[in-house]
Design a protein around this ligand. Sequence first.
Ligand SMILES: [Fe+2]
Ligand SMILES: [Fe+2]
Length: 474
Amino acid sequence: MTTLPPAPVPGLPALAGLCSIPQATAPGLSVDHTVMRLKRLHAVARAAQRVLVARITDEPQYELKMLYSHHAWLLAELVTAIRGRVGEMREPPLGLEDPPPPALQLALDEIAASPDGTHLCAGLYTVLLPALDDACASLHADAHPLADAPTRYLLRHARLDLADLLAAGQQAAQALAAIAEPSTSWLEVVRTALAAAGGLDGTVADTVVCPTPRFSATPRPYDPVPRRDARFPDPYNMAVNAEAFIYDTSFPPEPKRLMLAYKRLREIDVPEMMASIITETEGKPWGYTRDMTRQLWDEARHAMMGEVLFADLGVDWPALVRVNFTWSLGLNTQIAALERHAVLYFIEQGLMPRHGKRYEWEVAQAAGSPLAINFQDYDWADEVLHARIGKQWYVSAMPSQTEALRAGDRAWSTVLMDYGAWQRDGLTQHENWWPALYADACRRLGWTHDPRVAAFNTSYAEQRADLKSVSHSG
Ligand SMILES: [Fe+2]
Ligand SMILES: [Fe+2]
């Protein structure tokens, strides 16, 4: 006896839910055409990622450093997705590193050469990236919903990120424009360059004459010297040795919450330093830039965790805490990019054993702060990824793991942190800000004032910031 096959169920979604049959009968773009448009989107996202990374170090505004770190990572993910999709459709060489058409290149060069955060944010978030989002939308509309479902999938998800990126970026552009208006004639140069390129994706046939270069007539070199805003009034101050306090088990755990917050917030110097490695290292495959940009973004998140920990404790950190930039300044201006990477790897290796991130998490637990426990938990987890990134992109370039570590230790020892000279030159008085911070917390939070804690007065004068075996940034 044969069983009859079941009758088709009416109302089941056609074409795997992608679209209706009539929608699918209209032909979409050819593979060639789609690849051409994707490559333009790729060139723009890549250029925007590059300029955001390059501006983290010398941008003084704290919020902008963090925003650039976040957006550089989002754009790196978009670049990765597009590269992957182009690689699925075409055999190598994919031509992803080929320069875009001259007019589009001019628009990208103008943004890269913009003189300050005001112009960078205006150019990027009100002209270039809105055009990128529009180009994603129109490629999504033109791609065949069935034949090119993977490209449409990519673009739909990319636009979720671009929507967030544009909302925050335009808020930043507006806030900056309220203080100093960006040049409208320059924004017009960027718009005209895009129009002369046939639109960002090359789909517009109008003939527009390419404008003459404005800012890009003089390219803006990467500036490795970190800058900070007025909330960092004493950036050479190395009076408070956070590690010496945290690792001293004779001190009670409660006030260590203040030092954990300080240590996290001080990590602003890691994106400032990693930006220099990424910007000044050439000839690496895209995976290097992608992974390093991810780590840079993680380090920015660690800094913001510090900001939130201070907020949770009600601490007015710009008034009471002196967050220095001596680490990023020293590394960026005294040693080469590969040596900086060596130092980063060396320090991060020191964070993995018992006396590292686990210890900080245990301190948070002993202090009984659910927020600090949560943050330290993720801070620790992030190191797992950072160790892998270090192995893949730094250790692999060295003869062995031992030599990789030795090189990091050596490079770190050559960085001159001239505590005394900075004081003699009047750059700082190394004021010990700890007693006032601690007294303020005791007063407001009802902590019992411990005279031994209040008297803590160990600076970085004698000890390298990692205490040889204890951590610094990373
Ligand atoms: Fe970190
Ligand atoms: Fe790290």
